[in-house]
Design a protein around this ligand. Structure first.
Ligand SMILES: Cc1cc2nc3c(=O)[nH]c(=O)nc-3n(C[C@H](O)[C@H](O)[C@H](O)COP(=O)(O)OP(=O)(O)OC[C@H]3O[C@@H](n4cnc5c(N)ncnc54)[C@H](O)[C@@H]3O)c2cc1C
Ligand SMILES: NC(=O)c1ccc[n+]([C@@H]2O[C@H](COP(=O)([O-])OP(=O)(O)OC[C@H]3O[C@@H](n4cnc5c(N)ncnc54)[C@H](O)[C@@H]3O)[C@@H](O)[C@H]2O)c1
Length: 460
């Protein structure tokens, strides 16, 4: 049995930097990966989707060229080339991450699938054949998630798409039906609409993006509908069947029985943890009722010395959160700092056009938490830069604590909404008040300059 100081299972967004830093700190470290270095973010998530969304944005500008006083007589979307471009970006990111690990002294990369055989022992079914037993006093689980597939009758009999296989298509779907209007459904929905597919999204929730305020969710729905996407919310899919080249879905929505026929079906209803395949019971590890590893605020499981990073512990599923998990663990275990994940900020950005950038509490959550709140809203039609660039969809919303004038939360549905939200995040972190933001000098005419105008609305 090969002995290490630390074993990282899975090369996701927390696992890779953690393995490298532990090795650099002198810990003999192994990282086990069953597929590709970089995990979901690089291979199936952020990197490929954002690369393809950039192509969708280009198609959108060309399709609407008349608005810009430019005549483009005709254009064609070549999905094969779009996918090739995306693959090139993914391969360069994956290659960079792999090389970075290969040249790290004291770090062994083991390609294969790890399973627990005891509390601190693992067996790796090697990719190239054979097996290897390994052990370490510190084990870090960073095994991520996979697409969740609902038990809808007939779904198992058809060739549905997931976030991974949809990005391998080389022919545009004539009609893409999407189950789920979360981040994945909305980002892909608008992308494929812009590339030329007819798109219908079916979500079982009454409100789109249920964790957002109603006004924000309604504005996102309007954005999607303006993009030409048909939206069905409060809809339950009853049956799916393949009929020749088409896929037929029967569903109920608002008391009505409806049928829709598409050429392709993308299932994007959330994720399921890659936990049980590790045989966690052999190590005595506790899972919650959804299969996520149970951890404390220091990311330690019920077994001392076994820690979890990223999506497989549940909670907010974002790349930057997995990365922050690495920092929390590294500082705690190597620098002996008293770190924790408690009360950390969770910013996020949905990459529709316009983007939805979010940080902190929604108005609803702030009121439920008992805060006395003031709310500032500014429509994008009143933002100079948005008018100049022809991007006036959406609005900005800030939730302020009326007692100390500090920000509790912000939603920016607008062009570069994620960047503007990040400016507000810094303000929140620094305890800057709404009055200071109203009067702060920002360069004209940036989107961020409209932060002045957003807080001016409180004066009326
Ligand atoms: C389509 C899509 C778009 C997304 N876009 C964004 C975005 O724009 N911004 C954002 O912040 N987040 C985005 N996310 C979420 C983000 O990708 C994840 O939160 C992020 O990748 C964190 O993953 P992780 O570190 O938990 O593990 P992952 O990146 O999922 O990596 C887990 C790794 O563990 C390996 N593994 C699993 N089991 C074993 C085993 N037994 N043995 C060995 N190896 C194993 C897997 O092969 C995988 O490589 C997106 C997700 C998807 C699906
Ligand atoms: N820009 C980003 O940061 C980004 C982009 C993509 C994905 N992600 C991450 O990936 C995770 C997974 O994304 P996702 O969109 O799959 O999940 P999600 O949890 O964001 O949304 C799932 C949606 O599916 C709906 N749903 C659930 N069961 C259903 C059913 N049987 N039929 C119809 N609708 C159903 C839910 O009501 C919900 O609206 C997200 O939580 C997010 O953290 C982030």
């Amino acid at each position: 049995m090969r002995k290490f100081d630390a074993i990282v299972i899975g090369s996701g967004q927390g696992g890779v930097p953690l393995a490298k830093k532990l090795a650099k700190a002198g810990w003999q470290t192994a990282i086990v990966e069953k597929r590709w270095i970089g995990g979901t973010c690089i291979n199936d998530g952020c990197t490929p989707t954002k690369s393809m969304i950039a192509c969708g944005a280009a198609a959108h500008v060309i399709a609407n060229s008349q608005e810009w006083g430019i005549t483009v007589s005709d254009f064609k979307v070549d999905l094969e080339k779009i996918v090739q471009r995306k693959n090139k970006v993914v391969e360069s990111f994956r290659g960079g991450a792999t090389k970075g690990m290969e040249k790290t002294e004291g770090l062994s990369i083991i390609y294969g699938e790890a399973v627990f055989t005891g509390e601190k022992t693992l067996n790796v079914i090697l990719k190239d054949g054979g097996e290897e037993a390994i052990t370490a006093p510190h084990i870090f689980i960073n095994t991520g998630t996979l697409p969740k597939i609902p038990p809808v009758p007939g779904l198992d009999t058809i060739k549905y798409l997931t976030n991974t296989s949809i990005m391998e298509l080389t022919k545009l779907p004539s009609h893409l039906v999407i189950m789920g209007s979360g981040y994945i459904g909305l980002e892909f929905g608008q992308l494929f609409r812009r590339l030329g597919s007819q798109v219908t999204i079916i979500d079982r929730g009454k409100q789109l993006l249920k964790h957002e305020d109603e006004d924000v969710a309604a504005a996102v729905k309007k954005v999607m509908e303006t993009s030409g996407v048909t939206m069905h919310t409060g809809a339950n899919v009853q049956k799916v069947e393949q009929i020749g080249d088409t896929i037929r879905l029967q569903f109920t929505a608002n008391g009505e029985n409806l049928t829709i026929t598409g050429s392709h079906l993308l299932v994007a209803i959330g994720r399921t943890p890659q936990s049980t395949s590790l045989q966690p019971e052999k190590a005595g590890l506790a899972l919650d009722d959804k299969g996520y590893f149970k951890v404390n605020d220091q990311l330690e499981t019920n077994v001392s010395g076994i820690y979890v990073l990223g999506d497989v512990k549940g909670g907010p599923e974002f790349t930057h959160i997995s990365y922050n998990d690495y920092l929390v663990l590294y500082k705690r275990l190597v620098n002996k700092e008293d770190t924790s994940i408690k009360d950390r900020p969770v910013p996020y950005c949905m990459f529709t056009d316009p983007q939805l950038g979010r940080i902190g509490l929604t108005e609803k959550a702030a009121k439920e938490a008992g805060y006395d709140v003031k709310v500032a809203c500014l429509d994008m039609t009143r933002v100079a830069r948005a008018i100049e660039t022809g991007n006036t969809q959406g609005f900005m919303k800030a939730v302020i604590n009326a007692n100390d004038d500090k920000l509790l939360g912000v939603a920016i549905l607008g062009p570069e909404g994620g960047e503007v939200m990040s400016v507000m995040q810094m303000a929140m972190l620094g305890g800057i008040t709404a009055k200071q933001l109203r009067e702060m000098i920002f360069a004209h005419p940036l989107y961020s300059e409209s932060i002045n105008n957003l807080f001016m609305t409180l004066e009326k």
